[in-house]
Ligand binder design. Sequence first.
Ligand code: SF4
Length: 474
Amino acid sequence: MQPDTKNFRNAAAAALANENVQANLAGLTGFHDARLDARRQTPQWDDASERARAIKAHTLDNLDRYLLMMESNVKKTGGHVYFASDAAAAASYVVDLAREKGVELVIKSKSMLSEEMALNSRLEESGVEPVETDLGEFIVQLAGETPFHIIAPAIHKSKEDVSELFRDKLNVPLYEDIGDLTREARAQLRQKFLAAGMGITGANFMVAETGTVALVTNEGNGRMCTSMPKVHVAIAGMERIVPSMEDLGTFLRLLIRSATGQMISSYVTTVTGPRKAADEDGPEEFHLVIVDNGRSRLLADPELREALYCLRCGACLNACPVYKKVGGHAYGWVYPGPIGAVVSPMLTNLSDAKDLPFASTLCGACREACPVNIDLPRMLLYMRKELTQGETYPEHKSRSTVEAAAMKGWRASVSSGLMMRLANAFGRFAQLPIARRGRINRLPPPLSGWTRARSFPALASKPFRTRWRKRRRG
Ligand code: SF4
């Protein structure tokens, strides 16, 4: 998926005007409420969050050690490991492997990293057919779209949308019942599962001490992808590593309950290398691709390192008042919502995504929802500061000269009592043509954006300081 992070404003306006998207976004409430219930029912949730944060901090401080341990343990089980510096290198490894093995059809389970790698288009370009097998991903692939939500890729589509899509793309009748739609998808996918030469999955976690990859799914498709084709390729961001199986338990509890509100997902699959002689099924070859693709930049920045604690549970999206109105496509790249507003600019280009850190009310709902207490508002403020002052990333400084002049004027006007009084007097005079009954409903350009959706109280005829002084005198 190519980043299109420059168009947040336009894309957000389009989503707001789309009644269908607005109606379907209401579905997020279900996830949000289920998470709150699961949290209430989980004893010592806060302790588990703190433990998870401590594990993440320790693992990232020792990332090289744990990644090498993972590599060594995967190799001991007969698997292969490839470290990819960027998305293009990771995709090339997978495409070359598919070619080398003569693979014509690949089945995939849901992986946001694969979207980062634009893996489907890379496979198609080299004549390999990729088929998404998660139902939501299957729907967005048929529609030629990108996922709308980290854990619910097709949440923006209604039952009727999907029914029409299936009719148009799969040449089947218009189904009215969701059960019929899922049966149709299952029938279509079964043929693909049987014929595929390679299965590609993400990895919710890598366990360094055993060389294991852990997958969390609800549809069983992940397990089909890891066990049916002869070759299984798992792709993982380099931060998705935990030291031990015991740590994995802590993270699984937090991830699943925060994502869907389930106590445990339908399937938790662990894969440790290729099929052994005594195994009933499993791939003949196992490859693990560990991807950096900008994560080192986050790791190196003490202000942003915390973003690598993310479990990709999606809870911050479901809590965010901005995401709940504009949805996932407005963010223009793989990761939407508050976590997307932090990581997308750093994994793509901060100055190309300069609207994203501002796409937040800083209400703190994302921080409250996060199972590992990631302080997203603090990081969004840091990125705003970088965009205006460029202390750490001078190349990304992108404040306009008009804005800079306005800020200088503001600073001057509040720097002394005299200046404040003069600015106030000027403001009261300047607002005469636009203030009505004590409110300003419409500001002229370039300030018109401020009043597009709200009004302001006009400056009082007598400033507070004057009234206060008068009152104290008596
Ligand atoms: S930032 Fe926190 S809430 Fe958001 S997806 Fe990541 S782990 Fe979940």
